[in-house]
Design a protein around this ligand. Structure first.
Ligand code: APR
Ligand code: PHB
Length: 394
């Protein structure tokens, strides 16, 4: 093995929420790990991402001992609103399911997990370049990487690929045994962050003939909005004034008067895709989070799916180390995928119902309007949305 060799129990690739939460939960259960992260701490802590946590994710963050600021600053939401066809209606999660969601930025979750890690849990190797998993089919895998120009090798028992959609882990699965499922949507989301009070106490998802819009927030003084836009659009085409005017148009006359405008702190366009790569494990390599699957953000599932994968993987690794029980590790991919596919379905369904795909005079657009009309008037339909939005059981 080239260079300096270190050793740990679990080698984790990626210091996003998935890798960080896995490292923290393993530590709580007495299992050591090392995290190799390609970027700098500032870069990782500066990423703007979604911000809706399922109850199960909040419970995991409590188990990880990093929920103190979340409970202090997070906003508990009992429901969401849907605005379409000139009307708005509310879906009451608490009344329908007894559960809630918590609005707390993924950026903050990441900062809380990094702080806990650096308080003594173990190392995060920042700017770890050219990470290459080795011997994952044997019982002595390792991670080769370079940092500061020095080649190193991390010997470990298991490798957790928490390196996101563009990471290296998924490429280590043998092509013959792998299968991917993908849907790339024919539009993007233009997101804007601004220090203005939210237009509503809760999130509002809007379907408009010119496209989807979403009113979200990071706190009572910081708002996050999204607009459906074309894939070949460019954020330079969207002045703040144009964004605010389009948001008011799409949310309609009942909401528009409550939209407080102000200068954007950040604005960007992101594509939407549904993606799943199977299997989620090979030999001693286990994928978790965006490394294995992507959801369109309409259902706010990305972070929450990383959390449930991590829950299953941590439980399986602890069973191996504490009880010499290999069964949960052997079943990890199948167990995680069972929940992943249901979240993929929900995210695809929410996206299909609320975005403009076709001409408004088309049969498909009429089906969208009927779907929303049914949702507005059916407790059964609202319960279905609610139980998926607050999070299906782990
Ligand atoms: N080597 C080391 N680190 C890597 C590599 C690599 N080859 N490739 C990627 N990384 C790092 C990235 O820099 C990032 O910090 O892995 C981390 C992956 O984090 P995420 O992409 O956030 O993925 P995950 O932890 O699964 O969290 C999923 O994050 O991106 C959002 O929408 C997504 O909400 C979802 C959540
Ligand atoms: C966000 O606040 O960024 C957010 C909220 C709900 C979504 C997507 C994004 O469905």
């Amino acid at each position: 093995m080239a260079g300096v060799t270190e050793r740990t129990q679990v080698g984790i690739i990626g210091a996003g929420p998935g890798g960080l939460l896995l490292a923290r939960l393993l530590k709580v259960h007495g299992v050591e790990s090392v995290i190799l992260e390609a970027r700098t701490r500032d870069y990782v802590e500066g990423r703007i991402r979604a911000g809706v946590l399922e109850q199960g994710t909040v419970d995991l963050l409590e188990e990880a001992g990093v929920a103190e600021r979340l409970h202090r600053e997070g906003l508990v939401h009992d429901g969401v609103e849907i605005a379409a066809g000139g009307r708005r209606f509310r879906i009451d999660f608490r009344e329908l399911t007894g559960k809630t969601v918590t609005v707390y930025g993924q950026t903050e979750v990441t900062k809380d997990l990094i702080a806990a890690r650096l308080a003594g849990d173990g190392p995060i190797v920042w700017e770890a370049a050219d990470v290459v998993p080795q011997d994952i089919e044997g019982d002595r895998p390792s991670l080769r990487y370079t940092v500061g120009g020095e080649e190193r090798t991390l010997a470990c028992d298991f490798v957790a690929g928490c390196d996101g959609f563009h990471g290296v882990s998924r490429t280590c699965l043998p092509a013959a045994a792998s299968r991917t499922y993908e849907r790339v949507y024919p539009f993007g989301w233009l997101g804007i962050l601004a220090d203005v009070p939210p237009c509503s106490e809760e999130l509002i998802y809007a379907r408009h003939e010119d496209g989807f819009a979403l009113a979200s927030m990071r706190s009572r003084t910081r708002s996050r909005y999204y607009l459906q836009c074309s894939l070949d659009d460019d954020v330079s085409n969207w002045s703040d004034d144009r964004i605010w005017a389009e948001l008011k148009r799409r949310f309609g006359p009942q909401v528009a008067p409550h939209i407080v405008t102000g200068p954007s702190i950040e604005k960007s366009i992101a594509p939407l895709r549904s993606f799943v790569s199977t299997p989620m494990q090979h030999g001693r390599l286990f994928l978790a989070g965006d490394a294995a699957h992507i959801v369109p953000p309409t259902g706010a599932k990305g972070l929450n799916l990383a959390a449930s994968d991590v829950h299953y993987l941590c439980r399986a690794l602890v069973a191996h180390y504490r009880k010499a029980d290999p069964s949960l590790l052997a079943a990890y991919g199948e167990t995680a995928l069972a929940r992943v596919w249901k979240a993929e379905r929900f995210s695809w369904w929410m996206t299909g119902m609320l975005h403009r795909f076709h001409d408004e005079a088309s049969f498909e657009a009429q089906m969208q309007r009927a779907e929303i009309d049914y949702l507005a008037g059916s407790r059964a339909a609202q319960l279905s949305l609610a139980e998926n939005y607050v999070g299906l059981p782990f």
